[in-house]
Each structure stands twice: as C-alpha cells, then as structure tokens.
Design a protein. Structure first.
Length: 308
C-alpha cells in the first residue's frame, strides 16, 4: 500500500498509508538460477565463451549464466567477471528469450490489468469486486490483497491504474507497477475528503497462496514461505506535507526503482512520493491481523490547520 495526497493553498499533503511491497529475494552473487538460464540451443557456456574470448582477445558473455540481475563474462586471460545489480535489468519472456523491463500497464484477456514485462507476476483489478484488488506472485507462491468495496474500472496511464472516487468522492486510489512489485496511492483532492471517516483506517484483506503475511522490521510487513523465508516485503508507511517544496509536486507515477535507496531518489528529485527537507512527516506502522493488513493515518497531520 502507498500514499494519499491532497492540496491546500496550492501545496500537497502526502500520506503513505503503507509502503511498496517488492520482491524480497535476489539470486545470490556468483550463482545463476538454472530456471532462468538461456535456452540450451542459444546458451553460451563458460567453456565456449572462454575459448572465444582467448581467440578474439575480447570479453564474451556467458549467456547460459545470465539472470534478471546479473551477467557473467569470460575474459581473454581465462578469468570470469560477474556483474550483478540490486535492481533487475531484464525479464524472461514467455518464449524463453530475454526482454527489457516494461511496467506499462495493459488490459488482459481475464479482465485484469498488469505490466507488460516485470520480474514478478503482477495483476491489478480491472474493476468490479474488490477482493482481488491486486495479486503479486513469484513462481508458485502469491499474495492477494483485497479492497473492502467494489472498484470502478481504472484509467490507465503508463504504470499507474487510477480508480476514481475510491473509497469516497474526492479520493482516487492509484496502483502503480514496478519491476519487482507495486505502490498503492490514495490521492485526496480536498480538505472535505480528508475529513472522511473512511480515511481514518485503511484496511485490506490479505490472502497468501503458499505464503503467510507477518509483521516486518520497523513497522513493515513480510510475506514468508513455509520455511520462514521472505518472498515479498514492505516497509512501514510514511506521511508528510509539502512544506519544503516551492511548487506542488506530482500526485501520480511512483516510479522509484524497487531496491533503490530512497535517499538517492530523493536527492535526485525523481521520486515524487518521498519527503524532502522541510516537510513535516509521520511514520505509519502496518498492522498485520488475521487475514488483513491495515494502517491508521496520522489525523493531526492529515487534517491539521498547520498542514500545508
């Protein structure tokens, strides 16, 4: 879950009612995932890459060891170089080939919407019953989060699906896809909407398929498998006004890369849903219940007269 926003006097109040949930497992350094290796007919092995590198005097990629996060190159001197990123660089297509990550949302034949190419299985509701607001999966495990009411058909804009007037008039629910997960945003468009009782507690149903939802560090949450390993995780929520901004910041498109240092994104100015120096902030721990996750926004900051 992620953020609510409303304007007063031309500025913005943002309430991150809970945090982005992202994939929690990265392939270990130095080992390729066999399930994600290149197909046998196209794979370049360590031996063939090493022989070609020695013959040409140039490094050659070992495509059989390529993963979403890493590449391995054979060097002319017989050594190998592993380059691994904390962020996914590519994704496996249905046919087995590699393709660039593309989180642009598209409508699917089953009525849901989802990103064109991401490293996790992700779908958002195409409208109707809210029990399957979103589904986030990896291999044979999945987490489904449900909204307590019906959802309208969303408007799609790049990676973001907007459900207008949800949960009340003057508030829009936004779900944004990332390469490894999602962000959830509530855009509160007026002080009258901010006063709604529906914003005093944001509660979702949480159903795991091969996963259990448990509290995480620092007020966040985790979805763990039968062995207790975290498959998905999300930190605590955050709420802030825009006192530190000279101009209103965007209300949509949470595009920070999953795994990117929030301080880096904030410094670069490329994450509209991060506080900057001078903003009033409040942390919002996630409460994990029996089949539910919820947060309580800070009402003093949400409705306070000093909120900018």
């Amino acid at each position: 879950m992620r953020a609510s926003v409303w304007r007063r006097g031309g500025r913005v109040l943002i309430v991150a009612v809970a945090a982005a949930v992202v994939a929690g497992v990265v392939p270990p350094t130095g080992f390729a995932d066999p399930a994600r290796a290149a197909s046998p007919r196209s794979a370049v092995t360590e031996q063939s890459a090493s022989e070609l590198a020695a013959a040409t005097g140039e490094s050659v990629e070992v495509t059989g060891e390529r993963t979403e996060y890493s590449t391995t190159e054979a060097n002319p001197d017989g050594t190998f170089t592993l380059t691994q990123s904390t962020e996914p660089q590519r994704v496996r297509a249905d046919g087995g080939s590699w393709q660039d990550i593309d989180v642009t949302l598209e409508k699917r034949s089953d009525g849901t919407v989802g990103p064109k190419a991401a490293v996790v299985g992700l779908s958002f509701s195409g409208g109707g019953g809210g029990s399957e607001m979103l589904r986030l999966g990896q291999e044979d495990r999945a987490l489904t989060l449900g909204w307590p009411t019906d959802l309208p058909a969303p408007t799609l804009d790049g990676p973001t699906a907007t459900y207008a007037d949800t949960p009340v008039a003057g508030v829009d629910l936004q779900l944004t896809a990332t390469a490894e997960g999602y962000h959830e945003v509530l855009v509160v468009r007026s002080a009258q909407a901010a006063a709604s009782a529906e914003l005093e507690k944001i509660k979702l149903t949480a159903v795991g398929d091969g996963l259990s939802v448990v509290p995480g560090e620092g007020g966040g949450l985790r979805a763990v498998d039968a062995d207790g390993n975290a498959v998905f995780r999300g930190p605590a929520g955050l709420m802030w006004d825009s006192a530190g901004s000279e101009t209103p910041r965007p209300q949509t498109q949470l595009l920070s890369a999953a795994g990117q240092d929030p301080q880096t994104a904030k410094a670069e100015g490329d994450d509209p849903v991060q506080p900057i120096e001078g903003d009033a902030t409040a942390e919002l721990p996630v409460t994990v219940g029996e089949g539910t996750v919820s947060v309580h926004p800070d009402l003093d900051l949400l409705r306070g007269q000093k909120t900018i």
